[in-house]
Design a protein around this ligand. Structure first.
Ligand code: BDR
Ligand code: CA
Length: 307
């Protein structure tokens, strides 16, 4: 039986690859794609999600959600994802979004599902937090929440914080405190899975499908990060989806994770107690290592299943 999931995203270059991976994988039944503002504004992430979904031929419903965090101002990340969120790679437009708000859709779908639903968050988790805050009882029918979020070391958006976490720290605190198991793919996991020019060339040469080629074009637009040694671009969001499909590619560590919600320079920092120093009970499972070769094999194989 495929695992029922809702994918909450903000495409986003790496979101695009994660979305393709989810829709190409028979292990997963994607019940809905919900969209937030994040890497770029919702006015771009929503059409991007619709276009990416349509390119796969999938009829999965897509819902627009939050265009800003629970508190504070919206900030984008156009340096990595371009002004349009997909590195300037134009795709044919997708269909219309469903009229319901993403948080309402999450609540309705989780409430009605015969099997517990896994929530996959690869964006600021405002939509997931809104759903949990407005109807806490749905948590009982949430299997787990799998996130690309946070870091145990330095951040990428600020010295202290990762982009998704700092983009809505209060929402992440709600999700971490909801009582359901949380799995976190952090910056450190993504740093172990850099997509190099050689990886990209091999992926591109592996097939001619429009989704595979779009994935390569989009990934090729991502600037190499100085923070990661300038060797390649990190595949952040695909790591979270890959854990659901091939958990054996990862090692994990249970840990207590708390949020720095203060107004200072550490705002949005995920304080991850990997060594049990605080004595606080674990509320998350942190992905610690990844078999990068296995990830690229998985991505290449799955993208080749798409049109
Ligand atoms: C995360 O932030 C976004 O820029 C990416 O899409 C990913 O979800 C990495 O910090
Ligand atoms: Ca993302």
């Amino acid at each position: 039986m495929p695992l029922p999931i809702i994918l909450d995203c903000d495409p986003g270059t790496d979101d695009a690859l994660a979305l393709f991976l989810a829709l190409a994988s028979p292990e997963l039944e994607v019940l809905a794609i919900t969209v937030a503002g994040g890497n770029v504004g919702l006015e771009m992430t929503l059409p991007n999600a619709l276009a990416l979904t349509a390119l796969t031929g999938s009829k999965v419903p897509v819902y627009a959600g939050a265009d800003r965090p629970l508190l504070g101002a919206f900030t984008s990340e156009t340096r990595v994802h371009g002004n349009d969120g997909l590195g300037g790679i134009a795709l044919p437009p997708g269909g219309p979004p469903c009229p319901e708000h993403a948080a309402d859709a999450i609540r309705r779908i989780v409430r009605a599902s015969e099997r517990p639903v896994t929530l996959v968050g690869i964006a600021p988790v405002t939509n997931i937090a809104l759903a949990l805050m407005t109807e806490p009882a749905i948590a009982a029918n949430v299997e787990r929440i799998v996130l690309m979020s946070g870091a145990w070391g330095e951040g990428n958006a600020t010295p202290a914080a990762e982009f998704n976490a700092v983009s809505d720290p209060e929402a992440l605190a709600v999700v971490l405190g909801c009582g359901r198991p949380v799995v976190m793919a952090t910056l450190e996991i993504a740093a172990q899975a850099l997509c190099t020019p050689a990886h990209l060339a091999a992926m591109r040469a592996s097939g001619s499908g429009r989704c595979l080629q779009a994935a390569c074009d989009i990934q090729n637009s991502v600037p190499f990060s100085r923070r990661l040694g300038g060797m390649g671009a990190a595949l952040y969001d695909p790591c979270a989806v890959a854990w659901l499909i091939r958990p054996e590619l990862f090692t994990t560590q249970a840990a207590s994770v708390t949020m720095d919600l203060g107004p200072g320079p550490c705002r949005g920092r995920t304080v991850i107690d990997r060594w049990g120093r605080t004595g606080a009970p674990a509320n998350a499972m942190v992905l610690e290592t990844i078999d990068a070769g296995g990830l690229f094999t998985l991505l290449t194989g799955r993208f080749n299943r798409l049109p």
